[in-house]
Design a protein around this ligand. Structure first.
Ligand code: CAA
Length: 380
């Protein structure tokens, strides 16, 4: 057994760290206030190759794996979780999905444009009445000449207002049993009848925009249906295995930010005549934060490695997300506590980490959905 990273992994991690410190660190607070990432920030991510990281080389990407992607996302989320989720959704829920399940024609037409950053990808599964119970979507796809016509409203779409390509799930056979009769469609934002709706005002990850996507009689040609038009739900869940690794990596990045900022503050801040790090009440919190970060990282890297081997690792991806997101929230709670009153103000970044951490236990399958997935596998 060897726990060391390969040279290529270290190279991706180091280049993501360099990008994050150069581009995200100075901009993150402003983006949080403005509730948007800058176009330049995204262009710089594309320039660094982060929008085509897991896209095969023959389709314009760099063809790296899930472990590379997790290392990249930890670094990016260390400085801006909004950019982190934007890139996670783009790479795992759109580019990797097309690479794994798309036809050669779809890969050839869409992946090069996604990989170079010309198009940002978004994933439209959730609807107002279908959150955790994703199979209960109502968005309809009706067969029409040469393709399908889509009608419905998608909600909670990451990058819904700036994406160039949506993966949209819609019911193709309303009489099928739950989880069947759902298709996965590739819908360009330029298609007639598609538009972004209401924008959510969020507690955290504010630099990532979250909107409704409205589909009013949108025609999708047969060539843009991914796989079997009745088996799209399995594609959705397979993509979410990878997506959950992205969110688990986001939790690692926020967790590490909490630890690093708390270490510096605890060494500088003096009370009762000495740095607060010298009090066991603080030092033990730091020890717990560091230990749970390492434990989470091991689970995330194991699941990413398994997925890179082509293994079915749904349980391990859910375990990684469950553990990393819970540990991240505990770390954020402790980071604010260590900073005291200062940590409750915008003068220190931990208040932002605290706000950003919360979503990691909610999206791409809430904590209890991860427990459901894991327990079903154990009890099967
Ligand atoms: N890969 C491939 N196939 C899978 C799979 C996987 N990981 N998991 C399940 N399947 C298959 C099952 O085997 C089953 O097929 P068979 O009947 O042939 O065996 C089929 O898919 C249906 O699976 P289930 O019976 O488990 O479906 P369910 O409806 O009972 O439950 C669920 C599924 C786990 C609760 C699922 O609905 C779920 O994960 N819900 C959470 C929704 C979610 O994560 N939403 C995220 C939205 S995207 C987002 O947040 C992105 C963003 O913008 C940040």
């Amino acid at each position: 057994m060897d726990f060391s990273l390969e040279e290529e992994h270290e190279m991706i991690r180091d280049s993501a760290r360099e990008y994050a410190e150069r581009v995200l660190k100075p901009a993150s607070t402003e983006w949080d206030r403005a509730e948007a990432l800058s176009d330049e920030g995204l262009a710089a991510a594309a320039e660094a190759g982060f929008m085509g990281l897991t896209t095969p080389e023959e389709n314009g990407g760099t063809g790296f794996g899930n472990l590379h992607s997790c290392l990249m996302l930890e670094e990016i989320n260390r400085w801006d979780a909004g950019m982190g989720v934007t890139l996670s959704v783009h790479n795992s829920l759109v580019c990797s999905l097309v690479a794994r399940h798309g036809s050669e024609d779809q890969k050839g037409r869409w992946l090069p444009r996604l990989a170079c950053g010309e198009l940002l990808g978004a994933y439209c599964l959730t609807e107002p009445q279908a959150g955790s119970d994703a199979a209960s979507i109502r968005c309809r796809a009706e067969k029409s000449d040469g393709g399908w016509t889509l009608k419905g409203t998608k909600s909670w779409v990451t990058s819904g207002d700036r994406a160039g390509l949506y993966v949209v799930y819609a019911v193709t056979d309303p009489d099928a049993k739950p989880g069947y009769g759902i298709g996965a469609f590739l819908v360009p934002a330029s298609a007639e009848g598609v538009r972004a709706g209401k924008k959510e005002e969020k507690l955290g990850i504010r630099s990532s925009t979250t909107t409704e996507v409205l589909l009013e009689n949108v025609f999708v040609p047969e060539t843009d249906v991914i796989g079997d038009p009745c088996e799209g739900f399995k594609i959705a869940l397979d993509a979410l295995d990878g997506g959950r690794l992205g969110i688990a990596s986001q939790a690692l990045g926020i967790h590490r930010a909490c630890l690093e900022d708390s270490l510096s503050y605890a060494k500088e801040r003096e009370q009762f005549g000495k740095p607060i790090a010298e009090f066991q009440a603080i030092a033990w919190k730091l020890a717990d934060m560091a230990t749970s970060l390492d434990a989470s990282r091991l689970l995330v890297h194991r699941a990413a490695w398994l997925r890179d081997q082509g293994e079915i690792c749904t349980k391990e991806c859910s375990m990684a997300k469950l553990a990393a997101s819970r540990a991240c929230n505990e770390a954020a709670q402790d980071a604010v506590q260590i900073h005291g009153g200062a940590g409750y103000t915008t003068e220190f970044r931990v208040e932002k980490y605290f706000r950003d951490a919360r979503i990691t236990e909610i999206y791409e399958g809430a904590t209890d959905i991860q427990r459901l997935v894991i327990s079903r596998k154990l009890l099967r």
